[in-house]
Design a protein around this ligand. Structure first.
Ligand code: FAD
Ligand code: NAI
Length: 469
């Protein structure tokens, strides 16, 4: 039986990053993975979705090339080849992760791990066997949740797993159940390719946990592009006839239905603890999530948990950060990453990103705040790239001038948000952030502009004001 100082179960962005940090800190480490290294994020999550979205965006730009004075006589797409390119990127990155594990002298076992005793793990798969470890880090991630809707097992009803890892389907019509992050990203992809998309969201708006102005704007934009957005919609039943699926849903007192070639279920993800615990091994859980303390220790001694299997916020960068912090703790170090601030990004068009507090959240905490807003239609780079929508909002403590939060809906929002994350984590004031010269013409100039607006000192006129001249 091999003995390790640390056994990591799951090689997603939580597990493999934790294992590498552990090895760097001198721990003899093994990783056990029952699918492919890279986990959900790399194989059927972050990376493949963004590869699809990029293809759809370029297709859209090609279709609208005339606006740039270009003539592209014919545009088209090939769904199979879009997925081939996606797979190529996934395989390249997967190879990179395997190489990293190897170069850090981390053993990788292929199989399903079951914790059979406090320090013991049995592995079932191509690397059958038993191992022992001083510490066990659970990083088994999450799987798509499936609501108890009649007909959900009908052929043609899929989750993001099947869309991203199954045979490519060029949907001409698609119903998406759930207007959360997965729902709006897939709606963006298929809508850009001309598919008739319907979103059925149970709550009163898309992205219900996002800043209200952002989610309402996204709803309007998607509707304008032809997406049928139904909020307050509770799906009752899915039926199938002659290859066409019909979703019957209730909206208020009304019974309605919508038909499509496919149905994508995206109503959240549940923690994955299948086969993980042998008889008598029962960590404390809450709604399926493994409960951990601030240091990622579970209710069982020397067993730790990170990432989607334990976290309320299910994001790859958070899983990695938690993995690093957990093994630093295990190795007797203080965590090197600020875990209190988690930027979140949504890859719609325009992109959406958020970090820290919204104005409403800050007020609810009893803080007095000042806010700034900048419309990206007055940003040169935005006009150059033909991205005419969007805005950036910032929230600052009124007394101390310390930045508390930022919400962005604009081109490159997912990159711009890091500037605000850096500022908030380091408790920078708006004044300190403003001091920096930002290059011209760039999207980042909007950061200076929104900070100016905090003080009512906008330098570039918003388009409305310009029109009024
Ligand atoms: P996972 O990545 O789920 O990895 C867990 C691994 O453990 C898996 O490989 C699994 O096979 C393995 N495993 C499970 N049980 C066992 C066992 N008993 N034995 C051995 N191995 C086991 N997040 C972002 O930050 N940005 C995005 O753009 C983004 N896009 C997404 C798009 C989609 C469609 C989806 C579904 C998710 C997306 N996410 C995104 C979320 C992100 O993928 C997850 O938050 C992240 O993968 C969680 O990492 P993890 O390491 O906790 O778990
Ligand atoms: P989600 O929690 O973001 O959204 C689920 C949506 O479904 C919610 O709006 C909810 O109100 C709705 N819903 C729930 N039950 C419903 C029902 N029966 N009928 C209709 N609507 C219903 O979950 P989602 O989109 O599945 O994503 C899962 C996780 O993956 C997210 O937590 C997210 O963190 C992660 N992810 C992150 C991405 C990113 O960072 N860009 C991209 C995609 C996923």
């Amino acid at each position: 039986m091999s003995n390790y100082q640390l056994a990591v179960i799951g090689a997603g962005p939580g597990g493999y990053v934790a294992a590498i940090r552990a090895a760097q800190l001198g721990l003899k480490t093994v990783v056990i993975e029952n699918q492919d290294v890279g986990g959900t994020c790399l194989n059927r999550g972050c990376i493949p979705t963004k590869a699809l979205l990029h293809a759809a965006e370029v297709y859209h730009q090609a279709q609208n090339a005339r606006e740039l004075g270009l003539e592209i006589p014919e545009t088209g797409y090939h769904m199979g080849r879009i997925h081939d390119r996606k797979l190529k990127i996934v395989l390249q990155l997967r190879g990179g992760v395997e190489q990293l594990l190897k170069s850090n002298k981390i053993d990788l076992l292929h199989g399903t791990a079951t914790i059979t005793a406090p320090h013991e793990i049995s592995v079932m798969g191509s690397d059958n066997g038993q191992i022992t470890a001083d510490h066990i880090l659970i990083a088994t991630g999450s799987v798509p949740a499936r609501p108890p809707i009649a007909g959900l097992d009908s052929p043609g009803v899929v989750t993001s797993d099947e869309v991203l890892e199954g045979d490519p389907i060029d949907y001409k019509s698609l119903v998406i159940i759930g207007g959360g992050v997965i729902g709006v990203e897939f709606a963006t992809f298929y809508n850009r390719l001309g598919c008739e998309v319907t979103i059925l969201e149970a709550m009163d708006r898309l992205l219900p946990t996002m800043d209200r102005e952002i989610s309402q704007n996204l709803g309007m934009i998607l509707k304008k592009r032809g997406v049928n957005v139904q909020t307050g919609a509770m799906v009752q039943e899915i039926t199938s006839k002659d290859g066409i699926l019909c979703c019957r849903f209730r909206k208020g007192d009304q019974e309605e239905s919508v038909q499509a070639q496919g149905v994508l279920v995206a109503i959240g993800r549940r923690p994955n603890t299948e086969s993980l615990f042998g008889p008598g091994i029962e960590p404390q859980t809450e709604r399926g999530r493994i409960v951990t303390n601030d240091d990622f220790s579970t209710s069982l001694e020397n067993i730790w948990a990170i990432g989607d299997v334990t976290s309320r916020i299910q994001l790859a960068h958070l899983a990695s950060a938690q993995g690093i912090a957990a093994v630093e703790r295990i190795a007797g170090h203080s965590p090197s990453i600020d875990l209190s601030l988690v930027p979140s990004c949504i890859y719609t068009d325009p992109e959406i990103a958020s970090v820290g507090l919204t104005a409403d959240e800050a007020k609810a905490q009893g803080l007095s705040v000042k806010t700034g807003k900048f419309m990206m239609a007055a940003n040169g780079k935005t006009l150059i790239e033909g991205k005419d929508r969007g805005f950036i909002k910032v929230v600052c403590d009124e007394e101390t001038d310390v930045l508390l939060g930022a919400q962005l809906m604009c081109a490159r929002a997912t990159d711009l948000v890091s500037e605000f994350a850096n500022a908030i984590s380091n408790r920078l004031t708006a004044e300190q952030m403003r001091r920096v010269i930002r290059p011209h013409p760039t999207f980042t100039e909007a950061v200076t502009e929104v900070l100016e607006d905090l003080e009512g000192q906008a330098i570039h006129a918003a388009p409305k004001r310009r029109l009024a001249k």
